[in-house]
Write a protein that binds this ligand. Structure first.
Ligand code: SAM
Length: 212
């Protein structure tokens, strides 16, 4: 059962999820599978892989989220933003992507799963000009860290940070950032049930001027 695999995987990562939340996460994957038959939303097609790579991987970054305002840049079909918004109903999420069909899926999920803490935005990150800064600007599988800072650095609030989900330790990208001297980067390993423990990292980036 999808529900049991999600609940067991999350528990193995130290997160006990209520039945209601597990039901929503499973419904999200069922819809993703259905839509994926018509619209190419994700290359991940096997349901057990979807649980690991889309649900559990997204949830693994939960301890690093700083609210109350979070934006997921290049969210695609809503990852990591949708699973995080489901488990954190008191945090406000903007899920942004420039791809219309992907944002249509996210919009439909907001309605179907009754997520009143999520807003979907079809826009390029570099053109998005909200009236406020975000506490967390996050991204998975969008572009390099230096480029992300160029495209979306303006979205980080005065005391906020950028969180970038990565595979293996991104040595060269971090060297580029450090050589420029403006950002303080800290790297943590992510624990994702069923995935190689060396395979996932999250990088938190803060403006040096905001670090006391
Ligand atoms: N984050 C999702 C995930 O991990 O499953 C999707 C990753 S997908 C490989 C990259 C996404 O970034 C695409 O949906 C693309 O449209 C979006 N993207 C790339 N550059 C962007 C930009 N400048 N502004 C907004 N979205 C962008």
């Amino acid at each position: 059962m999808i529900e049991e695999s999600i609940a067991a995987g999350a528990a193995a990562q130290g997160q006990r999820l209520s039945d209601d939340i597990v039901t929503k996460l499973a419904a999200l994957l069922s819809s993703l599978e259905r839509w994926n038959d018509r619209v190419n939303l994700t290359a991940v097609r096997n349901i057990q892989d979807m649980i690991k790579l889309h649900i559990l991987d997204s949830l693994s970054v939960r301890p690093f989220i700083q609210g109350p305002k979070v934006i997921d840049i290049g969210t695609g079909a809503g990852f990591p933003g949708l699973p995080l918004a489901i488990v954190e109903p008191d945090v406000d999420f903007v899920l942004l992507d420039s791809h219309g069909k992907k944002i249509s899926f996210v919009t439909q999920m907001i309605v179907d799963l009754q997520l009143d803490n999520v807003k979907a935005v079809k826009e390029r990150a570099e053109h998005y000009e909200p009236a406020f800064g975000f506490d967390t600007v996050m991204a998975r599988a969008v572009t390099s860290i230096p480029r992300l800072l160029t495209l979306a650095g303006h979205l980080i609030g005065d005391t906020g940070h950028m969180l970038v989900l990565k595979g293996r330790y991104p040595v060269e990208e971090l060297e580029t950032i450090r050589s420029k001297g403006q950002w303080q980067a800290s790297v943590s390993k992510l624990v994702v049930a069923g995935l190689d423990s060396h395979a996932r990292h999250v990088i938190s980036l803060k403006r040096k001027s905001s670090v006391s």
